[in-house]
Each structure stands twice: as structure tokens, then as C-alpha cells.
Design a protein around this ligand. Structure first.
Ligand code: FAD
Length: 407
């Protein structure tokens, strides 16, 4: 097969898929590129859906990842409103829901994730929403406004962002969380406490360690019988890999997701997978899922480089951000399992937080920063460096950040 005539088909026109098409051209892929998206709109930024877009601070145009002309100019055949129904790995072809069969020489699966549903009585009532795509966001936006009562189930990133946006829009917000702290799965107790305090300061009725019995047409009923009146309920209980196609084709893990290596290769040499649908190598060597724009972009680059016969870039430090109220939260690395947390500056100061998480050897494995971009950037560099640092110097705001790597 000559690359000049080879056809790459990308399934899923989200962050990962759109970036993969762009990187393929950037790295010199000479053949055909077909980008298939089930949604009817140009590939767009998902993060604003719970933040600026929900608050009415972003235009529809600003959501698009790239202007429509980009795809034509780059000779990428972008087909929107084109869900793929099945993959035939033996025949190296796929079938669109509309019936058309397309052959591929190489396939990239970039199908993302879908909102997790929970088997809760009333979860299918009309007041219940999930948030994954632009259509979800439009419905949600229509239901949030002054005086409305929004109940968020789940204090993860998206649930908390929606609560913050609801408050900004003048709605009352209640957040219900089963764990004993917000962001329990993804943040250290220090960051959880900081974010918790911010929500309470902004008038969110935040309830931890609560069980939910049922959703009713106008309320959420808790396990202890309390009824929390609701006009709108957001189920923010996480996302699961969208691996339906891969599963039917025998490429999905039993626990969900498509397993890939550090080059985004799957077990099938003709198929790469990228973005939220993957189970990928994590820092420290474990395998797991990372649902973030930087991860989707990194894997898009890996797949494109691999297909173009270029060296696959070295793994990046994983990172994530969230905006809530006046808080710009930035996290790099994974704090779980760290041996020591080191605060830089006073964590009780209220308006900013910087905490570095050190591994057993004294190297920085994660940094959590709120309104502390310089500390975040320094932490990211230190994680990449992987060398032990002096915890005392790290903690001392008088030590210039630039000097820490040499400590
Ligand atoms: P997606 O962007 O979800 O794209 C997958 C696409 O594949 C979708 O358009 C889907 O319709 C399509 N698809 C699926 N199946 C098929 C099929 N069979 N045929 C055709 N098309 C198909 N990350 C951050 O780093 N920071 C943030 O602040 C942040 N905020 C977020 C806020 C919200 C509300 C959401 C939902 C996500 C947020 N994320 C954030 C996560 C980030 O958006 C995702 O990690 C990123 O979108 C992953 O890109 P992806 O291409 O893998 O998946």
C-alpha cells in the first residue's frame, strides 16, 4: 500500500479526531483523510459547555475548534451527522448508519465518552439532564436562570462547574455527593477543601455523604427521606468510554475503554485509538483513562506521528484545568498515592492555593494550583524533570520558582 493513496478514516469528530486530522496533514500524510462525526456541528471545544457557554459568555462560533474552511483547505473530508454503526476489521471497512460502506487502510477510533447513567428511580424524568455535548448544553442552558432550583448529583468537575454557572445565572444550587468530600476521585483533600469552601461561600447548598433514594418530578428524595425541591437535576456522576463500536469489533476492555500503548496503537495493527475512549498508559506505568483535552491532543499527535512514520513524541505530563467562580484550577500529574504534600504559601489565605505532591523519592509527582499559574507551570516542569527537590525550598515563597529545579 502506498501512503499517497492510503485512506485514513477517523471515527469521531471531537477534540481527538479533529486534532488527529490536523496533525496527519502537519506531519505530511499524503493520502486521503475522512473524518466522520455523528454530531451535526463542526468539531467544537467541550470545556466551555459547563462554563462560559452555559453562562452565556461564549458565542457559537467561538466554540468551533477550527473554522469550516480548515477542513477543505487541508483536504480533510469532514462528514458531519454521519454516525458509524459497525466496523468489519477483517474486511477493513465500516458501515455508516445511513447504510454506506467505506473501506479504510487505517482507522483511528476517537469516539470519546458518554455521560454515566445510574439506575435511580426517576432518572429518566424530563427534569433530569446529563452534560456531554452541545445539544445537552443547550437543553441545560434553557432550564437554568434566576430563581430556578438546580440540583446537581455528583461533586465531580462537571457537576461543580455547572453549580458555579448556575449560581452566576442567579439560580439556587444544591450539590449532593455520596463521598465525604468533593472531587474525591480526582483531587487531594487539600484541593477538595479549598473548592468546597468556595462553593459554600457562593451560596451552594453542598451536602456530602448523602444517599439518594429517587428523583421525583419536582424534587430529589434522599435516603433519609429529605426532599430537595428541584426544577432541574444534573446527573454529574462521571463518564464512561464510548466503546460501542470497538466492543462489537472485539477491541474493548472488559471494564470499558480501548487499550492503547504509548503510540496510541490498539491490538489491531490497522487501528489506533485516541482520546476519552482509550485506556492508556498513565504516569507511573499503570493503565487507566484520562478524560482531558491535553490527553486527547497528545494521543492525536502520537497516532498521527506513528502513521506518518515519524518518531512518536515522548509522553507529556498530564494536566487538566477547571474554572469555577473566580477560581482558575490547574492540576498536573496525578496526586494519588503521593508520599508528601507541600504547600507553597499559606493554604488558608483563601484566594489562592499551591500544593506540590512528592513521591517517596522526593520528586514532584503532581501539582494542584488555584489562581497560581506560575506554581502550576513550575510544578509541571518539576514533574517532567523527575528529580528529588527540597521540600523546604518548595514550601518557601522566598525561593524563586525558577531556582527549584536546581534545589
Ligand atoms: P469528544 O470530544 O467527546 O469527541 C468524540 C466524538 O465522537 C463526539 O462528537 C461523538 O459524537 C463522536 N462519536 C461517538 N461515537 C461515534 C460513532 N459511532 N460515529 C461517529 N461519531 C461518533 N477537559 C479539560 O481538559 N478541561 C476542562 O475544563 C474540561 N471540561 C469539560 C466540560 C464538559 C462539559 C465536558 C463534557 C468535558 C470536559 N472536558 C474537559 C473533557 C474534554 O472535553 C474531553 O476530554 C475531550 O473532549 C475528549 O476528546 P475526544 O475527542 O476523545 O471526545
Amino acid at each position: 500500500m502506498e501512503p499517497a493513496t492510503a485512506r485514513v478514516v477517523i471515527i469521531g469528530a471531537g477534540h481527538a479526531g479533529s486534532n488527529a486530522a490536523a496533525f496527519l496533514r502537519q506531519y505530511g500524510w499524503p493520502g486521503e483523510i475522512i473524518l466522520l462525526g455523528e454530531e451535526p456541528v463542526l468539531p467544537y471545544h467541550r470545556p466551555p459547555l459547563s462554563k462560559a457557554w452555559l453562562k452565556g459568555e461564549a458565542t457559537a462560533e467561538s466554540l468551533a475548534l477550527r473554522p469550516a474552511e480548515f477542513y477543505g483547505k487541508q483536504n480533510v473530508a469532514l462528514r458531519l451527522g454521519a454516525p458509524v454503526e459497525a466496523i468489519d476489521r477483517g474486511a477493513k471497512s465500516l458501515r455508516l448508519a445511513a447504510g454506506e460502506v467505506l473501506a479504510y487502510d487505517h482507522l483511528i477510533l476517537a469516539t470519546g465518552a458518554r455521560a454515566r447513567r445510574i439506575p435511580l428511580p426517576g432518572a429518566d424524568l424530563p427534569l433530569v439532564h446529563t452534560l456531554r455535548n452541545a445539544a445537552d448544553a443547550d437543553r441545560l442552558k434553557a432550564g437554568i436562570g434566576p430563581g430556578r432550583r438546580v440540583v446537581v448529583i455528583g461533586a465531580g468537575w462537571i457537576g461543580l462547574e455547572v453549580a458555579a454557572s448556575a449560581r452566576a445565572l442567579g439560580a439556587a444550587a444544591t450539590v449532593l455527593e455520596a463521598q465525604d468530600r468533593v472531587l474525591a476521585r480526582v483531587a487531594s483533600p487539600a484541593l477538595s477543601a479549598f473548592v468546597d469552601a468556595a462553593h459554600r461561600r457562593h451560596g451552594v447548598d453542598l451536602r456530602l455523604r448523602v444517599g439518594i433514594e429517587a428523583i421525583e418530578p419536582d424534587a430529589v428524595r434522599l435516603a433519609d427521606g429529605t426532599r430537595i425541591p428541584a426544577d432541574l437535576v444534573l446527573l454529574g456522576v462521571g463518564a464512561v468510554a464510548e466503546d460501542t463500536l470497538a466492543r462489537a469489533a472485539g477491541l474493548a476492555e472488559p471494564g470499558g475503554g480501548i487499550r492503547v500503548d504509548g503510540s496510541a496503537r490498539t491490538a489491531d495493527p490497522a487501528i489506533h485509538a485516541i482520546g476519552d475512549c482509550t485506556v492508556r498508559p498513565l504516569p507511573g506505568g499503570a493503565m487507566g483513562r484520562l478524560e482531558s483535552v491535553p490527553s486527547a491532543t497528545e494521543q492525536a499527535r502520537q497516532a498521527a506521528a506513528d502513521l506518518c512514520g515519524r518518531p512518536v513524541p515522548a509522553p507529556e505530563v498530564c494536566w487538566f484545568w477547571s474554572d469555577q467562580y473566580e477560581l482558575r484550577i490547574q492540576v498536573a500529574g496525578l496526586a494519588q498515592g503521593a508520599a508528601l504534600g507541600v504547600f507553597r504559601g499559606d493554604p488558608a489565605a483563601g484566594d489562592r492555593l499551591a500544593v506540590f505532591h512528592l513521591d517517596a523519592a522526593g520528586a514532584v509527582q503532581a501539582v494542584e494550583a488555584v489562581n497560581a499559574a506560575p506554581e502550576f507551570m513550575a510544578g509541571k516542569r518539576l514533574i517532567a524533570l523527575g528529580r528529588p527537590v527540597s521540600a523546604a525550598r518548595l514550601a518557601d515563597p522566598a525561593t524563586p520558582l525558577a531556582a527549584l529545579a536546581t534545589a
